[in-house]
Ligand binder design. Sequence first.
Ligand SMILES: *[C@@H]1O[C@H](CO)[C@@H](O)[C@H](O)[C@H]1NC(C)=O
Ligand SMILES: *[C@@H]1O[C@H](CO)[C@@H](O)[C@H](O)[C@H]1NC(C)=O
Ligand SMILES: *[C@@H]1O[C@H](CO)[C@@H](O)[C@H](O)[C@H]1NC(C)=O
Ligand SMILES: *[C@@H]1O[C@H](CO)[C@@H](O)[C@H](O)[C@H]1NC(C)=O
Ligand SMILES: *[C@@H]1O[C@H](CO)[C@@H](O)[C@H](O)[C@H]1NC(C)=O
Ligand SMILES: *[C@@H]1O[C@H](CO)[C@@H](O)[C@H](O)[C@H]1NC(C)=O
Length: 151
Amino acid sequence: MRFLPQAVSASLAIFTMGRANAGDPPQSQTFAEYCAVGGANLTDQHWLGLYCRNHMVEIFGYNWTWIDLDFCVGNNGGQLATMDNGNYSTSCNNCNATHDFEKKTLFLSCACPNDAQDYIMSSLDLNTTLYEIDGAAGCFNHMGNETWRGP
Ligand SMILES: *[C@@H]1O[C@H](CO)[C@@H](O)[C@H](O)[C@H]1NC(C)=O
Ligand SMILES: *[C@@H]1O[C@H](CO)[C@@H](O)[C@H](O)[C@H]1NC(C)=O
Ligand SMILES: *[C@@H]1O[C@H](CO)[C@@H](O)[C@H](O)[C@H]1NC(C)=O
Ligand SMILES: *[C@@H]1O[C@H](CO)[C@@H](O)[C@H](O)[C@H]1NC(C)=O
Ligand SMILES: *[C@@H]1O[C@H](CO)[C@@H](O)[C@H](O)[C@H]1NC(C)=O
Ligand SMILES: *[C@@H]1O[C@H](CO)[C@@H](O)[C@H](O)[C@H]1NC(C)=O
C-alpha cells in the first residue's frame, strides 16, 4: 500500500467502518493498473475522466471518475511537474492526455511558459502523480468524484 495523506486515510477509515462486512477495505492502488487509461477524456485542459476499477467486481467493476488535474500538476519553469494545487492549466495550453501503449500508462502533455515566457512542450506520466481508490482517482489529499457511467 502506498503512502496516503492523513485526510484520505481518515475518510477511508470511516468508509471502511461503514462497510465492515462488505469484503476487503478499499486500498490505494496504482493508477495505471486500476484505471482504463486507454479511454481517458481530458476536458477543458484539466478535467481528467476515465473508468477505474472498484471493489464490486461482481456487479460491473468499474466507475467513471473525474479529477481536476489542477489539484495535482503545476508548471515548474516550463515543465509539467507533480505539485499539490499546482494549477498548471492557468498558464499551460494545448494539453492532451495520451495513452502510451508501450509503457501502458497515461501521459499529460502541454506547452507551458518558462521564465522567459517561451512555451515549451513537456509530458508527465500520470501514474507517478495519481493513485486509485475504489473506482476514483486522486492525488495528494484530493479525491476525484465518482459515477457509475461516463459521458
Ligand atoms: C469528454 O467529456 C466531455 C464532458 O462530459 C464530453 O462533452 C465529451 O463528449 C467527451 N469526449 C469524448 C471523446 O468522449
Ligand atoms: C492554485 O489555485 C488555488 C485556488 O485558487 C490556490 O489556493 C493555490 O494557491 C494555487 N496554487 C498555485 C501554485 O498557484
Ligand atoms: C505505476 O506506478 C506503480 C507504483 O509506483 C508501479 O509499481 C507500476 O509499475 C507503474 N505502472 C506503470 C504502467 O508504469
Ligand atoms: C499533445 O500535446 C502536445 C503538446 O502540446 C503535442 O506536441 C502533441 O502533438 C499532442 N498530441 C496529440 C495526440 O494531440
Ligand atoms: C464530477 O465532476 C464533474 C466535473 O466537474 C462534474 O461535471 C460532475 O457533475 C461531477 N459528478 C458528481 C457525481 O458529482
Ligand atoms: C460504481 O459502480 C458500481 C457498479 O460497478 C455501482 O453499483 C455503483 O453505484 C457506482 N458508484 C457510483 C458512485 O456511481
